[in-house]
Design a protein around this ligand. Structure first.
Ligand SMILES: CC(C)(COP(=O)(O)OP(=O)(O)OC[C@H]1O[C@@H](n2cnc3c(N)ncnc32)[C@H](O)[C@@H]1OP(=O)(O)O)[C@@H](O)C(=O)NCCC(=O)NCCS
Length: 148
């Protein structure tokens, strides 16, 4: 698996992946393009078997990383793509001397919550009616070890 910085040419594939997941708060091509104007924003692509298999976006806001979005192509689910993308985000966080990674997740999204818990994120709060459809969000955080 290859994890690399996303390019403009990836955005159509990202939007295609978003559309495979009903209820997912999709950014669309314009959303990914907009992130190029934010110098704190990092978008990464995962490639598997020569295809775009997933993406992640986060903001490096030292001392925090704010994780924004992540999705994986349906045919590549449960092959470690999300874990690899999250791992690369953690590398960026460590290199940027960040101390924690924060995220919001729909409390109905059992797959994502299981992923984050498996990676050491813990629930630190809950926001009722956070999403447009009035679903609640869980706030989750991973504290990173201090650098020597
Ligand atoms: C959540 C999502 C990103 C997981 O991607 P993935 O590449 O399939 O996840 P991984 O293969 O890296 O899984 C790593 C671990 O997370 C957990 N996990 C992932 N998907 C899971 C599921 N459907 N049910 C339970 N646990 C799950 C497991 O612990 C898994 O390890 P295992 O496969 O050894 O049991 C994917 O289901 C997805 O794209 N969902 C739609 C978009 C979304 O909800 N994004 C997150 C919110 S922004």
């Amino acid at each position: 698996m290859l994890i690399r910085r996303a390019k403009k040419e990836d955005y159509a594939a990202f939007a295609g992946i978003e559309s495979q997941h009903p209820g997912f708060p999709a950014w669309g091509i314009a959303g990914f393009e907009g992130e190029e104007r934010n110098r704190n924003s990092v978008t990464l692509a995962a490639e598997l078997d020569g295809a775009v298999a997933g993406f992640i976006n986060f903001w490096v806001l030292r001392p925090q990383v704010q994780f924004n979005t992540l999705a994986v192509e349906k045919r590549f689910l449960r092959r470690g793509v999300a874990k690899a993308l999250m791992g690369k985000m953690a590398e960026y966080a460590a290199k940027s001397l960040c101390r924690e990674i924060d995220l919001e997740v729909n409390e109905r999204n059992a797959a994502a919550i299981a992923l984050y818990a498996a990676l050491g994120f813990e629930q630190v709060g809950r926001r009722p009616k956070f999403y447009d459809n009035a679903d609640a969000a869980l706030l989750m955080r991973k504290v990173l070890p201090a650098k020597e």
